[in-house]
Design a protein around this ligand. Sequence first.
Ligand SMILES: O=C(O)C1=C[C@@H](OP(=O)(O)O)[C@@H](O)[C@H](O)C1
Ligand SMILES: C=C(OP(=O)(O)O)C(=O)O
Length: 443
Amino acid sequence: MKPASYPRHIDLNPVAHVQGTVKLPGSKSISNRILLLAALSRGTTKIMDLLASDDTLVMLMALQQLGVKWEQVDGTQDYIVHGVDGVLPVHQADLFMGNAGTAIRPLTAALAVIGGDYTLHGVPRMHERPIGDLVDALNDVGMRIEYTGNPGYPPLHIRRGMLNAHRMKVRGNVSSQFLTALLMAAPLMARDEPMTIEVIGELISKPYIEITLNLMRRFGVDVQRDGWQSFTVAAGQHYQSPGAIHVEGDASSASYFLAAGAIAGGPIRVEGVGRDSIQGDVRFVEALRQMGVTITMGDNWIEASSNGVLKAIDTDFNHIPDAAMTIAVAALYAEGTSVLRNIASWRVKETDRLAAMATELRKLGATVEEGADYLSVTPPQQLTPATIDTYDDHRMAMCFSLASLDGTARRGTQVRINDPKCVAKTFPDYFRVFQHIAEQTLI
Ligand SMILES: O=C(O)C1=C[C@@H](OP(=O)(O)O)[C@@H](O)[C@H](O)C1
Ligand SMILES: C=C(OP(=O)(O)O)C(=O)O
């Protein structure tokens, strides 16, 4: 999904004011869940407004290799997926997962349970992102997954196992995607007896589990839960196509534009997420409100405008780790020191985001303290022009574009964003849209 036109770097000049309306691309988390659920279902599903991105492309291509039939409707982002009712036509495949956590984790669980001869691998960074807790949970109940590289990390080789228990345990403190993966595969393990998944220790990124449960319900599977401790899928439930299903706009992608409105005047309106959203990242607006930003919301839109100087905040961001990166850059425009807490999961994402964020914020003149699981950001009097490295991390590229905006407390600066094509992971068109709000035209 890398637009051919992406240069080696993008230079952003200081921008005095932003204003406008942005129609958001589809949610990555919802797109990849729906693709897998539609594939595993009975019946045909029409998916509307699927995200076009690297992460969704790897899921689409993997499903195709596995024999799941799908079609794109007339060059739109609508897709028709022909469900296989839990029985994959292809038993042997070598699947490229890029750097998509939302593809490799759920597919690992589903393929292990269905059984076959499958290998899953990705970009070099994918092979540094942990998957051991998920593999342990599955192998403990009779699945057969082996590491072909370093233990605990992809690549993986999946064979045919034999389910030998109806209670499984998974650790939740490294990634919530392991629990999501097991939940989505659970109906395939609960053909004759219920399957219970117990969470060991702390569970991070909890709102993503709500997305999983919500979408499973829309595909006809109910999960009984005991808080965040255990989840049970009753026996005999099958995924059933809902017919048609719409993908909401991406709430994490919304954060860049809302922060732009918060920093540089606004109003900026994003369309595609609002009060009705099932994505936890809409709670990003709570952090903006704490910073003194004016937020208004409808069922399907959110608007942000600046209300003067931003206030520094000291907040736990465990529930919104992705959108929290946007706050780290918005903190450059606050009065005083902001602290982002409980974000240790940043270390195992597209890059070590705690280290990368600290390094790049310092280039702009900020004083940054990088803790094991927190970041504190004290802005300089004036931002220093900087060349920002992006570490093949889409969110580094997107959130540092904000440093070009003029805020109330301090002016924006000249920013060079290196390797901007990494935004293709979730938002190939990001810089074009950003340019439009800077020029205050409607998208
Ligand atoms: O389930 C999901 O869709 C996601 C869960 C989060 O990961 P962790 O649970 O690893 O924090 C998030 O960072 C990621 O972008 C998407
Ligand atoms: C952590 C992210 O992605 P992934 O789904 O690959 O975990 C992200 O998009 O910020």
